[in-house]
Design a protein around this ligand. Structure first.
Ligand SMILES: [Mn+2]
Length: 304
C-alpha cells in the first residue's frame, strides 16, 4: 500500500486549485506543520490551516502589486504534508522530511519548473525544500529574512533545529550558491562573526533591495521568511519574538524587487496562532503570503 504523504486541506487556499502532487510550471502551496523542536512557545503546527482560513476573508487584490489572486495564473494547493508531533522531535522531523522527499524525489525542480511555497511549521521545515532547490539549481541565491541568524551547528541537542536551519542548508552549498540575510538582530558572537566574515548580512533595507536588483534576471532565487523578521508590535504571534524588527512595507519593497527577478521557491514559517489570541498575527501573516504568491507572477521588462 502506498504511504499517504499529504492530507487534503479542510479548505483550499483562496483561488487555488487542488492537486495531490506538485504541478509543473506552476506555483504549489503546501502546509508543513511540524513544530517538534520549538523551544519557547509551540503552536505553529496549525498555522497552514489558519492562513487558509483567513485568506478566504481578506481582499484577494494587492494594491502594492496591482495583482489579484482571483486573476493570477493557475496555482495549486497540495494540502498538508503528513506530520506527526509525537514528542520525539528528531525522528518526527526525519520522517516528515522522508515524506517530502518521496513526494518530490521523482521531480526535476529546475526542468519541470516546480515552484513551491511551503507554509510552516517551525523554521526547521524549510530545510526539506531548500535542500531540494540547492540540488536543482547550482547557482541558487538563498534569501533569508529572520530575526535570528539560525547558524548554530545544533541547538538543544537537535541537529535539525529551528535555530540551525541555515547552517543545515550551508552543508549543501556548492561554489555557485549564495546566502543573503536581512532583519537578523539576534544571535551568538560566533554567528555574527561568521556573517561579517562571509558578508551575508545586509545592513539596511536599501542595501538588501539593491543586492536583489543587482542579480542577473535569470538567477533562481529562493526566499525563506521567518515571520519574526517583523517587529512583534506588528507580528506578536511567533515563538521567539525579537524587538527592533521590520514592518510590512519593508517586505512589500522586497517583494516588488523579487517580481522583477526569478523567484523559484519560498517558505513562510513560525506563525503560532495560539500565541496571539487577537488573531491579528494570522491576518498579518496571510497578507504576507498573498504578496508572496503574487510575487511568483513575474513582472516582465516591458511592464512599468
Ligand atoms: Mn527566527
Amino acid at each position: 500500500m502506498n504511504e499517504i504523504l499529504l492530507h487534503p486541506p479542510k479548505r483550499l487556499y483562496r483561488a487555488a486549485r487542488f492537486a495531490t502532487r506538485p504541478q509543473p510550471h506552476s506555483l504549489n502551496i503546501m502546509g508543513f506543520g511540524f513544530d517538534g523542536t520549538a523551544c519557547f512557545r509551540k503552536g505553529t503546527a496549525i498555522a497552514p490551516d489558519a492562513i487558509r482560513l483567513v485568506a478566504s476573508d481578506i481582499e484577494s487584490y494587492s494594491p502594492y502589486l496591482d495583482l489579484d489572486l482571483e486573476e493570477a495564473a493557475p496555482f495549486y494547493d497540495l494540502g498538508n504534508l503528513v506530520v506527526h508531533n509525537t514528542g520525539d522531535a528528531h525522528n518526527d522531523y526525519l520522517a516528515a522530511h522522508g515524506r517530502f522527499a518521496k513526494l518530490t524525489g521523482s521531480l526535476d525542480f529546475a526542468a519541470d519548473g516546480i515552484h513551491l511555497l511551503t507554509l510552516g511549521g517551525e523554521h526547521s521545515i524549510s530545510y526539506s525544500a531548500i535542500a531540494a532547490y540547492l540540488q536543482a539549481y547550482p547557482d541558487l541565491l538563498l534569501l533569508h529574512l529572520d530575526a535570528h541568524a539560525d547558524l548554530r551547528q545544533e541547538y538543544q541537542g537537535y541537529h535539525y533545529s529551528h535555530a540551525s536551519i541555515i547552517r543545515r542548508c550551508l552543508d549543501h552549498f556548492g561554489p555557485g550558491h549564495q546566502l543573503l540575510q536581512f532583519g537578523i538582530r539576534s544571535g551568538t558572537r560566533d554567528e555574527y562573526a561568521w556573517m561579517r566574515g562571509h558578508k551575508t548580512l545586509a545592513s539596511s533595507l536599501e542595501a538588501f533591495v539593491e543586492m536583489i536588483d543587482g542579480q542577473p534576471a535569470d538567477r533562481p532565487i529562493y526566499l525563506t521568511l521567518d515571520l519574526d523578521y517583523f517587529d512583534p508590535a506588528y507580528m506578536p504571534g511567533t515563538g521567539t519574538p525579537e524587538p527592533g524588527g521590520q514592518d510590512f512595507l519593508s517586505f512589500v519593497r522586497i517583494v516588488q524587487a523579487l517580481r522583477r527577478k526569478r523567484l523559484v521557491g519560498a517558505d513562510v514559517v513560525e506563525l503560532s496562532p495560539p500565541v496571539d489570541a487577537s488573531g491579528n498575527s494570522d491576518v498579518f501573516a496571510t497578507k504576507v503570503v498573498r504578496e508572496l504568491i503574487l510575487a511568483f507572477q513575474r513582472k516582465e521588462d516591458h511592464e512599468q
